[in-house]
Design a protein around this ligand. Structure first.
Ligand SMILES: [Zn+2]
Length: 331
């Protein structure tokens, strides 16, 4: 089923859609903007399904002919816009699938709904072509532009659409979901929640990723032994991870979370705020052998390593500089 009630978080947007349904005040064009995995598609789909539902309530009924067509993926009046090229949605895609099609009345429903995923890929020409339909739409047309980046739109498009921005979910909502629905352990849920930064889709993907769990194990092992391990050995271990295809950015994120725990311990002694609660012993030990200032420097060094990798600085060099800063500030 796909009801607003089944979508976690996003209360404001859900209320907004439900009230639009109840009052029959529907815009002709919506932009849903937010990170991949946050729920843009679920929200647009639930709204589209409810708009077409024969019962006409604030939630789709799930049993009428229209709802069943929608759920089977074959609703004739809900069109998912496809594009020929992988990296862009061109003017021909928009003309063929929206502009020319919008003139044809809906087949069996009150609305004709167009859903454009990855709408940031619309070229300026494609946006201009779309503009005419958005400016003077047939009464039954509703267009959804789903995007990770609303800055990609022309001001003329933005000003004519209702822009709805998805907000990150609260950590406890994500953590609870992972434990209840994804059978994550408390520790796994803490780590994945910290990594996902309010993005439920990302948290779910991480909690079921074996690669992510392996990466976590290796990085924690390194971080626990940071005091005794020589830089060259740590560097070799990072190189091995890279060669094994593990994500080095995630690895740096892990290190940052680790040192944030250490900083947290130094500041509050409150272990309940830890992400790596099970590693209390190691965190306390490193905290005892470092200063506030030193940990701040390490966190900055990890940021710098990330910037260096983005700038294609030699991998060994970027890692070495970061590891040296760790060593210098823990003794
Ligand atoms: Zn229905």
């Amino acid at each position: 089923m796909l009801r607003f009630e089944d979508i976690l978080g996003h209360e404001q947007i859900k209320e907004y859609f439900k009230s639009a349904l109840e009052r029959h005040q529907v815009s002709h064009a919506y932009i849903l903007t937010g990170e991949a995995g946050m729920g843009r598609k679920s929200l647009a789909n639930a709204f589209a399904m409810a708009l077409q539902c024969e019962k006409g309530g604030a939630e789709p009924c799930g049993v009428c002919h229209s709802c069943r067509q929608f759920l089977s993926g074959n609703h004739p009046d809900v069109i998912y816009v496809r594009h020929e090229k992988a990296g862009s949605i061109g003017v021909d895609d928009v003309r063929e699938q929206i502009v020319n099609d919008a003139g044809i009345r809906p087949y069996s429903s009150p609305y004709k709904i167009y859903i454009v995923d990855q709408a940031e890929l619309l070229t300026p020409q494609a946006q201009n072509a779309l503009l005419k339909t958005i400016e003077e739409p047939p009464e039954y047309v509703v267009i959804f532009l789903l995007t990770t980046n609303s800055d990609a739109f022309l001001p003329t498009i933005l000003s004519r659409c209702t822009v709805l921005k998805l907000k990150p979910l609260y950590d406890q909502v994500i953590r609870g979901y992972l434990i209840e629905h994804n059978k994550a352990s408390a520790h796994q849920a803490d780590v994945c929640t910290a990594f996902a930064r309010g993005n439920l889709g990302k948290a779910i993907a991480l909690s079921s990723s074996e690669e992510f769990m392996r990466l976590q194990e290796i990085v924690l092992n390194l971080m626990k032994r940071v005091m005794e391990m020589p830089v060259s050995e740590m560097q070799a271990s990072l190189r091995e991870m890279k060669d094994a295809g593990l994500n080095i950015r995630d690895c740096l994120d892990f290190m940052q979370l680790w040192f944030r725990d250490i900083l947290m311990f130094k500041a509050t002694k409150d272990t309940s705020l830890f992400i790596f609660k099970d590693e209390y012993k190691y965190i306390r030990e490193i905290a005892d052998h470092s200063s506030f200032d030193g940990i701040e420097k390490i966190l900055e060094a990890i940021d710098k390593a990330r910037v260096r990798l983005d700038a294609n600085v030699n991998f060994e060099l970027a890692m070495e500089l970061m590891l040296l800063t760790m060593k210098e500030n823990i003794s």
